[in-house]
Design a protein around this ligand. Sequence first.
Ligand SMILES: C[S@@+](CC[C@H](N)C(=O)[O-])C[C@H]1O[C@@H](n2cnc3c(N)ncnc32)[C@H](O)[C@@H]1O
Length: 270
Amino acid sequence: MVASKKKAGDGTESVYAMSIKKRSRFRGLDTNGKRYSDQQAMWSAEVGDSADVERRGELGWYQKAKEYWTNVEPTVDGMLGGLGKLSDLDVRTSTGFIRSLEKVEFDGIALDVGGGIGRVSKHLLLPLFSRVDILESNQAYLEESKEYIGDPRLERRICAGMEDFSPETGRYSLIWIQWCIIYLTDADLVRFFKSCTAAVKPGGFVILKDNVCNTGFVVDKEDSSVTRSEQYLMELFAEAGVEVITSKLQGDFPEHLFPVKMFALRAKGP
Ligand SMILES: C[S@@+](CC[C@H](N)C(=O)[O-])C[C@H]1O[C@@H](n2cnc3c(N)ncnc32)[C@H](O)[C@@H]1O
């Protein structure tokens, strides 16, 4: 479960350039204690060779996460792995972060990615923006979101996985992505961030708020997810042509959790 993951043994960092693709290599481990010499070894083990027939391995990776969430109750506590009590602080910090950004078009539409039942939509985005859409792969959460949010300004409830979705170009003033990119493979994360930063209106922002481990990566075998270090994420952003405008650590969360960080992102200029 995302919010409650412990930061025990993140693996040791190993950053050295690969001769061909110029990617760094990050060491990591999974929750069964298996260690990986680099991310490629992990992805080969998890999703198989990229030449796999019709992405069978990747679909298996996504299927496991889907099944995991099917069994999680549609409540704030469910969304936060039993840490619903952190929601108010989380939202307060996020509100301050958005307000600190320059010239956000509050008179526009925000997209809540991996929105679950709409905790972020209800408490963070709707108080700030005129209208909100939610993207969520679990249909039951989307159904619950209508009643949970209880606001007609919730416009589109889009049932799709991030791996299959590209936001409508020019529709959004802000795209908020919280506690869900751990479910994306590297290739899909790069594609998704490319499509989000290309889709926001001029001057708009894509904001990622998520756990970061201190070094390398940690795979959770229970829900098929990967928590990446900030350095690993930075490389994926660079590959996506995405620039970090500003970032901020979430303060005052319990010590035993992964650090949580917010990144305000935009497509890199020419
Ligand atoms: C930890 S919850 C976070 C919910 C919400 N962002 C919040 O902060 O309250 C993760 C959410 O991501 C959704 N999710 C998992 N994999 C996804 C995918 N591939 N595409 C879209 N949503 C996904 C889950 O169904 C779940 O609602």
